[in-house]
Design a protein around this ligand. Structure first.
Ligand code: FAD
Length: 279
């Protein structure tokens, strides 16, 4: 069972719990993106098992009528086995989503996986237009070129700052430089697209910039934040009419995800210590 301290960041261990979490968030006007926790499988059977779990989850979402989508990780559905294994599973998941009028996001992992992930996204989005979205990281120096290449691809883009510690040769390292790259990438996205832009950030400065750019360009966008982070802002933005989606992980492999969230932010650490001390 997930202890209450981790429940802030994780929607439960099972798909029914994740669906109940989505129902509760929908009541606040917030959509949900469900991610089954798991990554770096080198056994094809594990990649197959999580692919099957996502196929079943898509049916559960469609049956529930909830405003919910899914987000998969490349190494969870086969990228550490082979590019073909990943792309085959990814295509199967998006094909099912397309059939059910559902939506699939794909997370971006470390920079060694960027080419294979973007190649798969591009080809699958062409085959199933507007059924799939890809995360892109502004800390990578290559990102402007990638956004350029993806300009006409009929899939959504979730822009994030980037969570992986990459070498200086390929990535901006200073926070201020990453922030500047994020601003530039947002401007570029709004110049090139009038739909399918997702701001994957808790940063109030980036969210206001997106709002300004959307008005300027008459474009649609959505804000995406993690479960357990600035949930009050998620509700407030939704109440103001902004499309907001909460990325909510679930599953039995919650421990390492929970530690990552706590390490990331002192504020969360304070929360964790208070919870342990029962204050
Ligand atoms: P930061 O640059 O960390 O912080 C900027 C400001 O945001 C802070 O000053 C504060 O005002 C506010 N803020 C940030 N965190 C908190 C907090 N905990 N509590 C209160 N205020 C806060 N990364 C990947 O590499 N690949 C992915 O596929 C990926 N998917 C993501 C999906 C979603 C929906 C989100 C939200 C993030 C994802 N990330 C992913 C992580 C992302 O790359 C960043 O590491 C992470 O979001 C931190 O950057 P930030 O823009 O939110 O804010």
């Amino acid at each position: 069972m997930i202890p209450p301290i981790a429940r802030r960041f994780v929607a439960g261990e099972s798909a029914p719990e994740a669906i109940e979490h989505a129902r509760a968030r929908n009541e606040d006007g917030v959509a949900v993106i469900l991610n089954l926790l798991g990554e770096h499988y080198d056994d094809p059977a594990d990649a197959r098992a999580d692919t099957d779990a996502y196929l079943a989850l898509l049916t559960d979402i469609a049956d529930s009528g909830l405003d919910a989508s899914i987000s998969v990780k490349p190494s969870q559905i086969g990228l550490d086995v082979s590019d073909e294994c990943f792309e085959g599973h990814y295509r199967e998941i998006v094909a099912r989503a397309h059939e059910l009028d559902a939506f699939v996001w794909c997370d971006m992992e470390d920079a060694d996986t960027t080419d294979a992930t973007l190649d798969a996204f591009e080809s699958i989005a062409e085959e199933y237009p507007w059924s799939v979205g890809q995360c892109i990281q502004s800390n990578l120096k290559r990102t402007r070129e990638d956004l350029d290449r993806l300009s006409d691809v009929p899939g959504k883009i979730r822009l994030v700052k980037g969570a992986y510690d990459e070498p200086e040769a390929i990535a901006h390292k200073e926070q201020s430089r990453v922030d500047e790259a994020y601003r530039e990438d947002l401007r570029f996205l709004f110049e090139r697209r009038d739909r399918g832009i997702a701001v994957g950030s808790h940063d109030p400065a980036m969210i206001s910039l997106a709002d300004r750019l959307a008005r300027e360009h008459g474009a649609d966008y959505e804000v995406q934040m993690l479960m357990g982070v600035r949930e009050d802002a998620q509700r407030d933005l939704a109440a103001q009419g902004v499309d907001v989606a909460q990325y909510a992980p679930y599953g039995t492999k919650w421990l390492s995800y929970f530690y990552r969230r706590v390490r990331e932010r002192r504020q969360n650490l304070g929360f964790a210590v208070r919870a342990v001390l029962g204050r």
